[in-house]
Design a protein around this ligand. Structure first.
Ligand code: ATP
Length: 234
């Protein structure tokens, strides 16, 4: 099977000094890859570079066989890539329904939102509520729902568990796994909550100081005490 996303020798950062060094990784169609690592390791920077928010200074990003470097960020969604940034980016002055419509804006014809509401019944109940009236968990669901409204093949998801109760985090993880199983969605999942992420991931990569220091099957990372101690700190 050819990879959906192929990253080779990626270097990127915010100024002269790079944050990411020579990062290479692949994501297969329908695969969930967890990106793990300490604060400041470069996880969010990796997602920002992949989605075109930050320019890469060298390396290659190939999505479904196409070179993505230099493609404008608003075009990424046409290629099937959606990014849910850390902090979620829900428009708090718009309703749930309006936020979801924004996600599908680039698709012609405009997609129906009903499949999203079926996925998130809680959002369906609150479709006319404003973003700022939602709880943290509801906002996270809305951010994911909005990304899904663009009908991506790869979701770049940054810290979905941030600030959420463990029960809500577990619901979001179960939903991601279910989506992957039903629709073949691939996910590159950045998470501080290592156990949650590895509970649904196929593969785990560990970033340290902007470099990938290891990559294994998620089950191996969880089961192998030496790997866990060396790279995950538990
Ligand atoms: P966290 O979980 O804390 O967000 P992370 O692994 O996602 O950690 P990044 O946010 O990618 O790490 O940060 C990697 C490095 O890049 C850090 O040294 C950080 O200080 C730096 N950095 C992040 N954002 C910016 C920015 N907007 N301008 C300059 N430097 C930044």
């Amino acid at each position: 099977m050819s990879a959906l996303l192929e990253v080779e020798g990626l270097t990127a950062g915010y100024g002269a000094a790079p944050v990411l060094h020579d990062v290479s990784l692949t994501v297969q169609p329908g695969e969930i890859v967890a990106v793990l690592g300490a604060n400041g390791a470069g996880k969010s920077t990796l997602l920002r570079t992949l989605s075109g928010l930050l320019p890469a200074s060298s390396g290659r990003i190939t999505f479904d066989g196409q070179d993505l470097r230099g493609i404008r960020v608003e075009r990424m969604v046409h290629h099937g890539l959606a990014h849910v940034p850390e902090g979620r980016g829900v428009v708090t002055e718009l309703t749930v329904d309006e936020n979801l419509r924004l996600g599908g804006l680039w698709r012609k014809p405009q997609p129906s939102l009903e499949p999203i509401y079926e996925l998130f019944p809680r959002l369906a109940e609150r479709r006319s509520h404003l973003g700022h009236q939602l709880s943290g968990g509801e906002r996270q669901m809305l951010a994911i729902g909005r990304a899904l409204a663009a009908q991506p093949r790869l979701l770049l998801l940054d810290e979905p568990s941030l600030g959420l109760a463990p029960k809500i985090t577990a619901q979001i993880m179960a939903l991601l796994r279910d989506l992957r199983d039903r629709t073949g969605l691939a996910v590159l999942l950045v998470e501080q909550n290592v156990r949650s992420a590895l509970s649904i991931a196929d593969q785990g990569v560990v970033l340290s100081l902007g470099r990938i220091v290891t990559r294994h099957d998620a089950a191996t990372l969880v089961d192998d005490a030496d790997l866990r101690h060396a790279y995950l700190g538990f």
